[in-house]
Design a protein around this ligand. Structure first.
Ligand code: CAO
Length: 426
């Protein structure tokens, strides 16, 4: 025989109009005796309402956001009286609530619950004082999530709901993928709005992809950056002369075109710089072509178009190609093929400034050349100080492929070619 049992809000101590913050059952669910069917909340306490019968839920009379009082009908449960049990009205289970911070009171303060016949539970474990119902905490525990790491939930007054736990797990999983399973703990989430006004902006696709790639490189490559300067006084004089006597149609020459040529000449001398490690790290793949990537700053982030066969191109051809590719990059019109096949990358901040920086290798390439702003400096020539234009260079290399001495010799070769670019003709 079956009977219909009504589950009602029990005596909760003269508190009227309590908010329903979670409804955990729906019609058709099978509930067990004392299973939590809903979570109610006042300003001071959160309470789980247990089922007073075991059976099949026939109808649910409340929804999230409703207000209820003692005696309000929550649900009806169809009970098989031969096999099931019905309990005397049960006291709700009370948990402390953390009141959302006011602007003055920036710290989170646990407020003990005061409900008739129920002693407040004072908890010091941060996972227990999180603003979440016991059922959500149980759910989080089952997934191995410490709820205190979810600072603010999406429920009323920042209450942590089951969906917040799921989203937290998704986020941690995504970060794990970026970190390629390195096991490095993620940076904890912080609710910055506690400290002042904030605005959320979605990262551009370029920034997200570049970020993932840079993190991967940072974690996988043992990198060393070697700094030095090249004397580009004569090169600059030649460049200025070229720009002053341009014939129609010729583009302005910047130092970058000469740096590309000098870099390729050094790569021809030191083939390890024109190589990539095989994925298993057991072999070095030496390349017989000389394609150079140039980092271009665009409104949507950093992109690296690749100029092919730089060894076979003139300085004027390189100037035209850099102008074309950097313009395409800034308009977001580069195709994937325009950014593939690089052997080494140049990252030039010289148009902006700087004394030195530590560029990150654009793996699977094994080295990158950073350039900052050339400056006139007094240089001692053995007899006197002479004003010379000195160009700072930063060479970062993958130390698994390049050793320190080879890095220093490679830099010396670049200095040699930039010091007198006529040597590029020899
Ligand atoms: N020292 C002194 N002056 C320099 C210089 C240097 N190292 N490099 C460039 N300049 C000068 C140029 O001669 C030019 O001066 P004039 O207009 O008087 O002739 C001016 O600075 C602007 O140069 P530019 O930056 O437009 O041209 P470029 O050929 O040197 O560089 C490009 C082209 C596409 C590399 C550059 O525009 C760019 O996007 N740079 C940023 C790259 C970047 O973001 N790297 C960081 C990556 S790591 O996050």
């Amino acid at each position: 025989m079956t009977v219909l049992i009504e589950i009602k809000v029990p005596d909760i101590g003269n508190v009227a109009e309590i908010d329903v913050v979670e409804v955990l059952i729906q019609a058709g669910d099978v509930v067990a005796l004392e299973q939590t069917v809903a979570v109610l909340e006042t300003d001071k306490a959160s309470m789980e309402l247990p089922s007073s019968a075991s059976g099949t839920v026939q109808q649910v009379y409340i929804k999230q956001g409703d207000k209820v009082s003692e005696g309000s009908l929550i649900a009806t449960v169809l009970v098989n009286v031969e096999s099931s049990s019905v309990a005397a009205p049960v006291e709700p289970v009370v948990a402390p609530v953390i009141v959302a911070p006011t602007t003055e009171q920036k710290a989170l303060t646990p407020v003990p619950a005061v409900v008739k016949n129920s002693a407040p539970v004072v908890q010091t474990d941060s996972s227990k004082t999180a603003h979440a119902s016991p059922s959500v905490r149980l759910f989080a525990r089952e997934l191995g999530v410490d709820v205190s790491r979810i600072k603010i939930g999406s429920g009323r007054k920042g209450r942590i709901l089951q969906d917040d736990v799921k989203n937290f797990v998704k986020k941690v999983m995504a970060e794990g993928i970026v970190a390629t399973g390195s096991g490095i703990p993620s940076i904890p989430a912080v609710d910055f709005s506690v400290f002042g006004d904030t605005e959320i902006q979605k990262l551009s696709k370029i920034k997200r992809l570049t970020g993932q790639n840079l993190s991967r490189v940072w974690l996988n490559l043992p990198m060393v950056t070697y700094h030095d300067e090249a004397d580009v006084t004569e090169m600059e004089a030649f460049r200025n002369a070229l720009n002053a006597n341009k014939v129609k149609g010729e583009l302005k020459i910047t130092g970058l075109m000469f740096i590309m040529k000098a870099l390729v000449a050094a790569m021809q001398q030191f083939p390890n710089f024109n190589a990539s490690l095989s994925a298993d790290g057991e072999q070095l793949i030496l390349k017989k072509y000389f394609n150079i990537g140039v980092a271009v700053d665009t409104p949507k982030g950093l992109v690296v178009p690749v100029l092919r066969d730089v060894n076979n191109k003139t300085v004027n051809e390189l100037a035209a190609e850099i102008a074309e590719k950097s313009e395409k990059a800034r308009q977001g019109k580069l195709l994937p093929a325009d950014m593939q096949g690089g052997c080494m990358t140049i990252s030039s901040l010289g148009g902006i400034g700087g004394m030195a920086f530590t560029p990150i290798v654009n793996a699977p390439e094994v080295a990158i050349l950073g350039v900052t702003r050339a400056k006139m400096q007094p240089v001692w020539d053995g007899k006197e100080f002479k004003p010379r234009l000195m160009l700072p260079l930063d060479l970062t290399y993958d130390h698994r492929v390049i050793d320190g001495a080879e890095g220093a010799k490679f830099m010396a070769a670049i200095q040699y070619y930039l010091g007198d670019i006529r040597r590029l003709l020899l």
